[in-house]
Design a protein around this ligand. Structure first.
Ligand code: UD1
Length: 423
């Protein structure tokens, strides 16, 4: 069955929304469960499509996985398979995060190349180079990463770029290597801190979580644990942009506002009233937003995942914005869809120039990835008429109860099911 969303423009969103655990954390925490024999429990899991897909990946190497509500219970056997090449592997990017734990525990792994969002070139060279430094061979053969080692030893590793996935994979292999590993130019995302916390609870010795230098003292074995996933800052920011874009008033609960310091500052400059609390924040936008420039960078810079929302906000702002994409070049495909909705925008290499218009106009548009899909829904909310957003399965990969939450905030969105030949 194919589905699309009918999004009726014109609503001002207001109310409260609860954000649950981060997609980009839970999937890696599930992979980390491979490192310890026994039962690991992960709470505050989001009910998104990628979680059962990751569960299938873990089952394919021998784990038992039970998903009940927001709890994932993963039982890892003493004997694991080193082959992760099930069909689920190709459906999400995070599946590659089983590579580090399998190499760490079994000293060998055959891991199918991952899938996920089509947002630009996504090589694995830094993952492979890191594993090689730890003493494993690593090559691509028959669509899989094949890694093998007689033993893993600590090493000094410098990443060319603070890659989130490479930091996680190298970290999860290094925790069981002999000796000390130092990962320099490591990613500093809150999701990296989350996985370090879980690994520490499992008995790993890691220093420097949240800084550019991670120091890992390898241990012989890890034990299972219980861990609560951090709130999804990308989903939280989506609601923040939803408030600013629709001149609304939204209180977002379940996200640490410090994970969004730069985002909230940008929205203040755009004219929003921003109030922060311990684990929540409120955005109120009274007038038409003022144009603001955005530059995507690794954390604590402005997240590339939020670039579509920056474009959407700019499209209806007063003035001209320059948006610079430094992480995933293909993300600007989103702008072609925004032009269908009447945005005055054009791209030149890494830059997009967006001249704000008073109002967008509805059109059929196609989501190319999770965040682009959510961005098009926000754009549809400020377009005249009813916008059809297609390929919404992307949105379901990252946003639990998206339509229900939007409608509770006052939007008019309908999920429409029909036969595939309509697509
Ligand atoms: C993660 C997030 C994704 C987010 C991205 C950047 C998950 C499941 N996905 O993706 O939502 O957009 O971080 O914040 O957590 N690179 C290389 N070689 C490598 C690895 C990466 O050149 O070996 C490049 C990539 O092409 C990209 C940049 O490094 O240009 C950042 O990628 P990375 O941080 O690794 O992103 P992911 O972990 O794949």
């Amino acid at each position: 069955m194919t589905e699309h969303f009918d999004v009726t423009g014109g609503a001002r969103l207001a109310g409260e929304v609860q954000v649950v655990g981060a997609k980009n954390s839970v999937l890696k925490l599930m992979a980390a469960a491979l490192l310890a024999e026994g039962t690991t429990t992960i709470t505050n899991c989001p009910t998104i499509l990628d979680v059962p897909l990751m569960a299938d990946v873990l089952r394919s190497v021998g784990c038992e996985v039970v998903l009940e509500g927001d709890v994932a219970t993963i039982t890892t056997p003493a004997e694991l398979s080193h082959r992760a090449d099930s069909a689920a592997m190709g459906k999400l990017r995070a599946s590659v995060c089983v590579l580090g734990p399998l190499v760490g525990r079994l000293k060998r792994a055959v891991v199918a190349l991952p899938g996920g969002d089509a947002i630009g070139s996504r090589p694995l060279d830094m993952h492979q180079n890191g594993l090689r430094k730890l003493g494993a061979s690593s090559e691509i053969a028959h669509g899989c990463v094949v890694a093998e080692a007689t033993g893993l030893h600590g090493a000094q590793i410098w990443l060319d770029f603070p890659s989130v996935g490479a930091t996680e994979n190298i970290l999860m292999a290094a925790v069981l290597a002999k000796g000390t590993t130092v990962i320099d130019n490591a990613a500093r995302e809150p999701e990296i801190i989350d996985i370090c916390l879980m690994l520490q609870r499992m008995g790993a010795q890691i220093e420097g979580a949240g800084t550019s230098t991670l120091t890992v003292q390898g241990v012989d074995e890890l034990r299972p644990t219980t861990h609560q996933v951090i709130g999804d800052r990308i989903v939280g920011a989506t609601w923040a942009f939803a408030a600013a874009t629709t001149r609304g008033d939204i209180t977002v609960r379940g996200v640490n506002p410090h994970h969004l310091d730069l985002v909230l500052e940008k929205l203040r400059v755009a004219g929003a009233d921003v109030t922060t609390y311990d684990d929540a924040f409120r955005i109120v936008q009274h007038d038409r937003p003022k144009a603001v420039d955005f530059v995507t960078l690794p954390y604590p810079g402005f997240a590339t995942d939020l670039q579509p929302f920056a474009v959407t906000l700019s499209a209806i702002s007063d003035g001209t914005s320059m948006i610079t994409e430094n992480v995933y070049e293909a993300r600007f495909r989103f702008i072609d869809e925004m032009v269908r909705l009447g945005a005055d925008a054009r791209t030149d290499g890494h830059h997009a120039v967006v001249r704000g218009v008073e109002r967008l106009s509805s059109a059929p548009v196609w989501a190319s990835d999770i965040r682009a899909g959510a961005g098009l829904v926000l754009a549809g909310l400020c377009a005249e008429g009813t916008t059809e957003v297609w390929d919404v399965f992307h949105i379901d990969r990252g946003y639990p109860h998206f339509v229900e939450n939007l409608n509770r905030l006052g939007a008019h969105i309908e999920r429409v099911e029909h036969a595939p030949d309509r697509a």
